[in-house]
Design a binder for this molecule. Sequence first.
Ligand code: SF4
Length: 187
Amino acid sequence: MEDLISISTLNDYIFCPYSIYLHNVYMDTDEGLYHATPQTKGKLAHEPVDTKTSSNRKDEILALPVMSEQLGVMGKIDVYRKKEKKLIERKYQPKQIYQGQIYQLWAQYFCMVEMGYEVDDIAFYEISTNKTIPINLPTTDDKQELMNFIQAFREYDPATPFVANPNKCCHCIYCNLCDKTEENNVY
Ligand code: SF4
């Protein structure tokens, strides 16, 4: 079996493929050295789920490790509500939902289905406003789109020349460590 890709990196790949390379280079480094404020907040938003302390509801499964052999991905879901058959990904305060985040939710969905769970609904939950943002279940075409995307991720070569986008670089957690830009991090 091919190496499994972490679902949490799918959105990062859309943001900048080179950040995946840097992530692998610095993954053993203390996160505090490069994590900017938004990433730290995002991480804290997931912490109660990761430590399984955010819910006392008996019908909720929290922080379930999931994987799909078909997609070649693995990760962890936030919340699955058994009665509603609903998969929920928590976000602290998303300014907008990006396609990469939808890919992540689709990937979690396909993992759960492959593992034998019934999932009728998927959604994001915005912690700061207590708001649920429903997302359509992926169609067959959506699944193919996701598989094509994962294949491109798998085949990415960091030696491929590219022009860094300064607007992205200044918001990137690797900005001060990246050899592709002279930008400074805004955080
Ligand atoms: S600093 Fe810029 S080029 Fe480097 S990984 Fe981040 S977004 Fe990509």
